[in-house]
Ligand binder design. Structure first.
Ligand SMILES: [Fe+2]
Ligand SMILES: [Fe+2]
Length: 191
């Protein structure tokens, strides 16, 4: 019997075998050489790679400000477009997954339903942290030219780290559901 609170993103250590039930048959290292590895799987992994990169770029810029390597103006010019781009891409990606793709995965095999419900719940949690991160970003930008700027940047960094940590866990878990399902069923039912 599954205990849902223990499966909450941030509390779970990866997906249990009964949810990621295709993982053992389709190990990550073999994905790209599988005959059914196609454009959609490749695109999915590329989007995840780019989200990881965008998230780490935002952190890099914030750390440069916190370490006094960037001044307030320079920091604002580097930070605002990077954060906006990252969060927009993240939000768009989750919307497409929730609305277009996850319903199709659920139809492939009823045993996949619980996993995709879990991923959708992850999205809600990540969205809550995204909203909190935006709020901290606004507060930080509002005091950038004041003595409180670095303290606000430290507070922002704590919040952003929670978001990034959850996101990285979610992306890894999602890949272990999505890619094995594509390899088993092919990509055609997902278009
Ligand atoms: Fe997702
Ligand atoms: Fe995703």
């Amino acid at each position: 019997m599954i205990n849902p609170p223990a499966l909450r993103l941030g509390d779970r250590a990866g997906l249990p075998d009964d949810i990621a039930f295709l993982r053992a048959d389709y190990p990550r290292g073999d994905w790209r050489v599988h005959a059914n590895f196609g454009q959609l799987a490749d695109f999915w992994l590329q989007v995840h790679t780019s989200l990881r990169h965008e998230g780490s770029e935002v952190s890099r810029v914030v750390d440069a400000f916190r370490n006094r390597q960037l001044g307030a103006d320079e920091f604002q010019r580097a930070f605002v477009p990077r954060l906006n781009g990252f969060l927009q891409h993240l939000d768009q990606h989750h919307r497409i997954e929730d609305d277009a793709y996850f319903p199709k995965f659920r139809k492939l095999d009823e045993r996949l339903v619980i996993g995709f419900d879990l991923l959708e719940t992850d999205h809600e949690l990540i969205h809550e942290r995204l909203v909190a991160t935006v709020e901290h970003a606004r507060q930080m930008i509002g005091v950038l030219s004041s003595p409180a700027a670095h303290q606000a940047a430290d507070a922002y960094a704590v919040e952003a780290e929670i978001l990034l940590d959850l996101l990285l866990k979610h992306l890894g878990d999602e890949e272990e559901l999505v890619i094995p399902a594509m390899l088993k069923h092919g990509e055609r039912p997902l278009f």
